[in-house]
Design a protein around this ligand. Structure first.
Ligand code: SF4
Length: 67
């Protein structure tokens, strides 16, 4: 499983962090706005459910998961 995010569309809602803090963090950028940081680009299989929840509930739908 490979996690990708579209940073052009991420608005830092932190829903991803709430769903799966093992894989997603949200940090303030130089411009003062928060954005997602992917901590593990290829997470282990046991995190799949949480990663998929993050992707599903991200308000901007910027998280994609590839196999
Ligand atoms: S929930 Fe989506 S828009 Fe919000 S910080 Fe996470 S990836 Fe970005």
């Amino acid at each position: 499983m490979k996690v990708k995010v579209d940073l052009d569309l991420c608005q830092g809602h932190s829903v991803c962090l709430g769903e799966c803090p093992e894989v997603f963090d949200v940090v303030e950028q130089e411009d003062g706005y928060p954005q997602v940081v992917v901590l593990i680009e290829e997470p282990p299989e046991e995190l799949r459910k949480k990663v998929m929840s993050a992707a599903m509930f991200c308000p901007n739908r910027v998280i994609t998961v590839e196999d």
